[in-house]
Design a protein around this ligand. Structure first.
Ligand code: SR1
Ligand code: MG
Length: 402
């Protein structure tokens, strides 16, 4: 096992060469550090002659987005590589292939997906992805069902809960999503133009009650192995293919947290469509996004129920009339609540999304931020009362006077 130190581009090449048979012996390898996320180094290693390439992702011992003052466990690299291997078994073809994991260097070597684009970027360019709802619902239904007590032997599941204990990464979520936005926290980051809205979040007792209840679920409900950070920056996409990346936040938590993450990031992009000047084009794309959200939820629900009906392992859950319907309704409610929390944090919390931050016009950006906050708050307040995904759609339409 190698001793930990952050790699240079040249060292990444040396490691790539030592991988037996991946590159031709005499390859002239090129290396570029391309990491633009919040936490890690990412090296792209390629051989222009053979066209072969791979990705090396190395955890840093601190959060890159803040600096060395925020130390962070290297164990997240193990969690990520083990989650990717689990997900590849349950949802084949929907995650990058892991070639090698080096625990000492906190380094995962995996398939290069440069022929795909990061979905956040794709949606910002108003791309449409006809296979996405089907692919992401396949991914979520399989990974979440077969790691829950419904689809996995319960003794085995408890051992897996131990394997994926991830306290430091969970704390980031507990603070940045479920606490800071509702307090006068130094971690918060919002524009002066929406200071009134940001301050109002700190005194909204009805909102605080719902967020506290959702936070309790995140803290205590080991329902299934989550991806844990399933936003559109964690998805590589083409119109024909979907690959889910970056499960370093994986742990056993409430299923709605993953489903809500996907929906929240579609809605953040929805709010970001303020950048258009032609109303027809803007509303047309928004309809595409809303239609996708409904498809994602409906396909997820239908596939999760099918896994359950065909392969459920829990006798009482399988055979008790009404149980499955109550379970699925709670998943929908959790999904809506967590989606709302994830929208709010991206507007007033530490880490934002480009869909909104990159709108150059100040007034349009402010309008998008207020829209996202309004939708997020309404979803949080709706969550425990929701009966159908249509209620989420109604909240969104109402949010901008539709
Ligand atoms: C300090 S890390 C900030 C955010 O980046 C990740 O993608 C997670 O969403 C985390 O909350
Ligand atoms: Mg990430």
């Amino acid at each position: 096992m190698s001793a930990y130190h952050p790699l240079t581009e040249q060292e990444a090449i040396d490691i790539a060469r030592s991988l037996s048979d991946f590159f031709p012996q005499d390859a002239q390898l090129e290396s570029r550090e391309i990491g633009d996320g919040n936490l890690n180094l990412v090296f792209h290693i390629s051989d222009p002659a053979s066209g072969k390439s791979l990705i090396m992702k190395q955890a840093l011992p601190y959060a890159k987005v803040v600096g060395e003052s925020w130390p962070l466990t290297l164990d997240r690299a193990r969690i990520e590589s083990e989650a990717l291997i689990t997900e590849a078994k349950l949802a084949p073809g929907l995650v990058p292939q892991v070639y090698h994991y080096d625990a000492g260097l906190a380094l995962t070597i995996m398939e290069d997906l440069s022929d795909h684009v990061i979905m956040r970027r794709g949606l910002m360019e108003n791309g449409r992805y006809p296979k996405f709802a089907s692919d992401i619902s396949d991914f979520m239904a399989a990974t979440l069902f077969y790691t829950s007590d419904l689809g996995l032997n319960q003794q085995e599941k408890k051992r897996k809960v131990g394997q994926f204990i991830n306290p430091e990464l969970c704390k980031i979520t507990e603070d940045l999503i479920f606490d800071d936005p509702y307090a006068d926290s130094p971690n918060n980051n919002f524009e002066a133009a929406i200071a009134d809205e940001a301050r109002a979040l700190q005194t909204d007792a009805q909102l605080h009650l719902e967020v506290a209840l959702l936070r309790q679920k995140f803290l205590t409900e080991a329902q299934a192995l989550l991806h844990g950070d399933l936003h559109t920056g964690s998805i590589f996409i083409t119109p024909e293919s979907t690959k889910v990346i970056d499960p370093e936040f994986a742990f056993f938590g409430p299923i709605g947290f993953d489903v809500g993450a996907v929906i929240a990031n579609f809605l953040l992009n929805y709010a970001g469509q303020e950048h258009w000047s032609e109303a027809d084009a803007r509303e047309d794309y928004r309809e595409y996004l809303l239609g996708s959200i409904v498809d994602i939820w409906e396909q997820f629900e239908q596939k999760f129920r099918k896994h359950w009906n065909d392969y459920g392992v829990d006798r009482l859950a399988n055979s008790t009339p009404g149980y499955q319907d109550i379970y699925m309704k709670r998943l929908l409610q959790d999904t809506i609540g967590f989606a709302g929390c994830k929208m709010v944090r991206r507007i007033v919390g530490l880490s934002h999304v480009a869909d909104i931050d990159k709108i150059p016009d100040d007034a349009k950006r402010e309008k998008a931020q207020r829209l996202a906050l309004g939708i997020g708050k309404s979803l949080i307040k709706l969550n425990r009362h929701a009966e159908s995904i249509q209620e989420l759609v109604n909240v969104v339409r109402k949010g901008h006077g539709g």
